[in-house]
Design a protein around this ligand. Sequence first.
Ligand SMILES: Nc1ncnc2c1ncn2[C@@H]1O[C@H](COP(=O)(O)OP(=O)(O)OP(=O)(O)O)[C@@H](O)[C@H]1O
Ligand SMILES: N[C@@H](CCO)C(=O)O
Length: 326
Amino acid sequence: MAVFTEVHFDEAAALAARLGLGRLLTLKPISAGIENTNYFASCERGEYVLTVFERLTAEQLPFYLHLMKHLAQRAVPVPEPQADASGEILHNLAGKPAAIVDRLRGGHARAPDVDHCEQVGAMLARMHLAGLDYPRHQPNLRGLPWWDETVPLVHPFLSEAERTLVDTEQAYQHELARGAAHARLPRGPIHADLFRDNVMFETGADGRDRLSGFFDFYFAGVDSFGFDIAVCLNDWCIDLATGRLDEARAEGFVAAYDAVRPLSGDERRLMPALLRAAAFRFWLSRLWDLHLPRDAALLTPHDPRHFERVLRERIARPWHPGASLA
Ligand SMILES: Nc1ncnc2c1ncn2[C@@H]1O[C@H](COP(=O)(O)OP(=O)(O)OP(=O)(O)O)[C@@H](O)[C@H]1O
Ligand SMILES: N[C@@H](CCO)C(=O)O
């Protein structure tokens, strides 16, 4: 269970009251997630999620919280941060930064089909467009400079084959980042971690799942939209056992995205390299979490070998959107 910081009921109740959410009825730790401490907070006025931020600082957090507010105000379904009487949305609990946001309804699509992928693709494009006039700036903090810092930290724990792959991919990604096509990629605020467990779907009376929201924006940053698409393709549109892209889901995702925000030629051409970048990013962070863990009451790190497999797959079988339809 990822509770790094124990929050006392009375402390949470005082915050809920200050935010005008009424009496706190129940406070339940959330076991999923590996980044922050999360609780479901049931209040007289509704259902919320209380997050205590473990790594992000009070300087970094306004970017994420105001981005969520910005998107919510533009009808992108994301949890809206709750403000106190002075309009402040960043709070303090147990000496750490904290926020209370709306709880989204629904559950995760653990085995997504083409329809789920199309809905996520279309909403991702809407989110990218809605973020274009977001005035705050923060880079993707898990981008190339972070990869460069992290590679030497995980190196001692790697086998020779893993080390070779890490080094080759790091060099390849540097070369990519130096290119003119990469510099031309459309950019803006991206989610950067929009996995299956960061999207909610509600099942309607007709049995169809409808997207009810994106959440967990705490890796968001300004980066290329193509990278965000690649992160999604690598999670939503793959066979989890082998890491292989499922072309029907991947094509459905990209076509639905493209219908809302048409992809540029560079985005299409660079997609194989962006898919590699997205696989590399999560392989590295999982290696880092596994070998250099923080204290937690109980924490199950994600398996890094999954993204090593995904990366090897993307290198062996480059995929361009539209190629399988031609
Ligand atoms: N706003 C929300 N509405 C509904 N459920 C939420 C919300 N925020 C978090 N949850 C639930 O809590 C779980 C853990 O949250 P989250 O994924 O944000 O964890 P984390 O540790 O902050 O991040 P990560 O996924 O990066 O490890 C989610 O899988 C989801 O079930
Ligand atoms: N989505 C990440 C978890 C941290 O955001 C992963 O699966 O490695």
